[in-house]
Write a protein that binds this ligand. Structure first.
Ligand SMILES: *[C@@H]1O[C@H](CO)[C@@H](O)[C@H](O)[C@H]1NC(C)=O
Ligand SMILES: *[C@@H]1O[C@H](CO)[C@@H](O)[C@H](O)[C@H]1NC(C)=O
Ligand SMILES: *[C@@H]1O[C@H](CO)[C@@H](O)[C@H](O)[C@H]1NC(C)=O
Ligand SMILES: *[C@@H]1O[C@H](CO)[C@@H](O)[C@H](O)[C@H]1NC(C)=O
Length: 653
């Protein structure tokens, strides 16, 4: 799509809309959205039903959103996320309008950051006859009085509309009680997914009554385990996903839930449930062997015993999250990696992990092995090059996302291995891998002849004169044509002598995080950060990069929606001006602590980056608050501006 200006004046015959639809079907959703702005017929093509499946419209409640809601009534179905609703008349009429214009077409409704009254919601719910998903997260205003849906007449109306609701999100509701919970779920008899994360559920003891919760009757002050269990039993034929993250669920309560007769869970989220023990995981695994997704991140009491139980018991597991379970060691990981259905493994901040057993599990011959698509090893500081080198080869066919953030011992060798073997990678995070240098990104071997000339005070390494036309654009053939049986230290040493692929080989990258890789300079960034599909890029805390990096990155990665350049002193107004004209899709820009940018760069942003939602110019010495105010009045979508002055006092914005 780039550089089409020259063709503007050429007469082209009208293409049939089917052909345009067909062409658009090859584009990413974001590119298609862009293409729909080209002309009327492209716009119509972009409205084809096949592209509309997951169209979600997010907007804050305001007078202008009335118009938007009306314009959506031509759609056959849609999903809405409306924020900042309140009890005032604009919100009320907006909800009425949603009911009238979209009622039976609405598939999903979320109302984050709102405080609306029961009356406003009841004017809408009975009209939403096709609703599949309702998100009432944090809507305390609705539940505080305890009177929500207390009238049978209202319950009947809501029940007849919501009888096929599949997903109900009741997270972070402080005032949910047995009574309100039962009234609401009584209207939704066929739930598939229920979220109660962050709710105050009384699992054992009712502090108000001084007896086990719900022992006598439904509570009007608390949601009790007994009552939750009753719902699970009632809706067991449909319910497959439950989120009880950030609750104080006890081992005994988890056992009660896991043992509800006939309940077959596929997804269970228990993030940050700090009271859970290995024993409770063993019981869970025994009674719910069909789990596909299990999130026990931040359950800090769990040890490798849980990992072993999961590996033994959950034979159809696809996604496992063990983040911050810092007692987990290497033990049991080899068995886990032989669960052949496993696709996502999150071991971030499991500080004892060094990868040895993961490699062993993936290499085990004879048995099936996990074909991991996402692996998170953030802050696993014991991970070294040999582990990464082995993993890249073992996961070459499948891995799409790799997070090595803060793996401090990872060096250029690992980066070359990633670029050489993991060419299907979509997300790569290398933040704070401080040993990584230009050589790694360029896929080159650092030889002594090319040592940076420190006496001349050069920044960054010098490369040989032929650097510009070297073959590093194409990945060279690697010594391992077929997968080695066992990657040894010798293989690693051999690999260290070889030039590998440069980061350019990762042609499918959509996200790249190089934050804090402080040795990187323009030499590599200008050469390898060239990814047509890149959406999110962080180059924050790279003291050596200059405007040259910013300009080439913007020129080569025009699809960027998020760009972080915080604390890059080498970035100035000139770089921002060169970049901004190419970054018309930019929504989030982080320039915190960039001392060489001034108010001038803000004017450039107003001119070119009209879709900015987030701008962080905090701690920028040369940015004045008044110009930021002006910017806010001129950018239509700007939601969040950070502008804390150098001396640290917050400005009221
Ligand atoms: C990894 O950790 C295990 C024990 O936790 C240890 O036996 C092994 O030597 C370590 N391997 C490496 C390469 O550090
Ligand atoms: C890993 O890196 C840290 C910090 O750079 C260093 O102190 C430590 O010795 C390294 N560990 C290994 C096993 O190389
Ligand atoms: C950026 O600003 C610093 C002072 O904050 C100055 O020393 C440096 O020369 C400037 N760099 C560029 C590239 O303008
Ligand atoms: C902090 O900075 C603001 C704006 O630059 C200035 O108005 C204010 O006086 C400063 N406060 C202190 C304590 O230096």
């Amino acid at each position: 799509m780039e550089d089409s200006d020259a063709e503007d004046n050429v007469e082209t015959p009208e293409l049939p809309v089917e052909i345009i639809v067909y062409i658009l079907s090859f584009l990413h959703a974001a590119d298609r959205k862009e293409a729909s702005l080209v002309c009327r017929s492209w716009y119509y093509a972009s409205q084809d039903l096949r592209f509309q499946k997951n169209a979600v419209f997010c907007f804050p409640a305001s007078a202008s959103s009335l118009e938007l809601v009306r314009s959506l009534s031509s759609k056959s179905r849609c999903s809405l996320v409306i924020s900042q609703l309140d009890g005032f008349s604009i919100s009320r009429s907006l909800l009425l309008e949603v009911g009238v214009c979209l009622g039976p077409k609405l598939e999903s409704l979320a109302l984050p950051g709102s405080s609306l009254t029961e009356a406003s919601l009841l004017s809408l719910l009975p009209r939403l006859t096709s609703l599949r998903r309702l998100d009432l997260r944090g809507l305390d205003s609705l539940f505080m009085s305890g009177a929500f849906l207390s009238r049978e007449e209202h319950r009947q109306q809501v029940r007849s509309a919501l009888c096929s609701l599949e997903e109900l999100d009741l997270s972070d509701l402080r005032y949910l009680s047995d009574l309100t919970f039962n009234r609401l779920t009584g209207c939704t008899p066929r739930l598939r997914r229920l979220s109660l994360s962050g709710c105050h559920i009384a699992f054992e003891f009712d502090p108000y009554r001084g007896c086990p919760v719900g022992a006598v009757q439904d509570s009007s002050a608390l949601l009790s385990l007994r009552n939750l269990r009753r719902l699970l039993a009632e809706q067991k034929s449909t319910l497959v996903a439950l989120d009880l993250s950030r609750t104080s669920i006890t081992p005994e309560s988890l056992r009660t839930i896991a043992q509800v007769p006939g309940l077959v869970l596929e997804e269970l989220l228990l993030q940050g449930c700090k009271e859970l023990s290995d024993y409770s995981v063993e019981v869970l695994v025994k009674h719910q062997p069909g789990l596909h997704t299990l999130d026990i991140s931040g359950c800090t009491e769990l040890t490798s015993r849980s990992v072993e139980a999961i590996a033994r018991g959950l034979k159809s597991l696809t996604h496992l999250f063990l983040s911050r379970d810092w007692r987990i060691t290497e033990k049991g990981l080899a068995d886990l990696l032989s669960v052949s259905s496993l696709r996502t493994l999150d071991l971030s901040e499991c500080l004892h992990i060094n990868g040895t057993e993961i490699v062993k599990g993936l290499k085990a011959s004879g048995t099936a092995r996990a074909r991991l698509e996402a692996l998170n090893l953030k802050s696993c500081t014991y991970i070294q090059d040999l582990a990464v080198f082995s993993l890249t080869q073992l996961l070459a066919d499948s891995l799409r996302e790799l997070d090595l953030t803060s793996c401090l011992n990872v060096t250029d060798v690992s980066v070359r291995a990633v670029a050489t073997y993991l060419q299907k990678l979509v997300v790569l995070r290398l933040a704070w891998c401080k040993e990584v240098t230009d050589w790694g990104l360029l896929g080159m071997v650092h030889t002594d002849e090319c040592e940076p000339d420190e006496e001349l005070g050069d920044k960054g390494p010098k490369f040989t004169r032929t650097f510009g036309n070297m073959g590093f654009f194409k990945p060279p053939r690697m010594p391992f044509e077929e997968r080695p049986k066992l990657v040894t230290q010798t293989d690693l040493e051999q690999f260290q002598q070889q030039a590998g692929a440069s980061l350019l080989a990762l042609a499918r990258l959509q996200e790249l995080d190089l934050t804090g890789c402080a040795k990187l300079t323009d030499s590599s960034i200008t050469q390898v950060v060239r990814f047509p599909d890149l959406r999110r890029l962080s180059l924050s805390m790279l003291p050596e990069i200059s405007d040259a990096s910013l300009a080439t990155v913007a020129w080569r990665c025009r699809g960027l929606t998020s760009l972080a350049l915080s604390h890059c002193p080498g970035v100035s107004d000139r770089g921002v001006a060169q970049a901004a004209q190419h970054l018309q899709r930019l929504q989030h820009l982080y320039l915190s602590g960039c001392d060489n940018i001034t108010d001038r760069c803000l004017f450039v942003l107003v001119q070119h980056c009209r879709r900015l939602k987030t701008l962080d110019v905090s701690r920028c010495k040369n940015i004045s608050p008044t110009t930021v105010d002006l910017l806010q009045s001129q950018l239509p979508f700007l939601e969040s501006v950070h502008c804390r002055p150098v001396n640290g006092t917050d400005l009221p914005l």
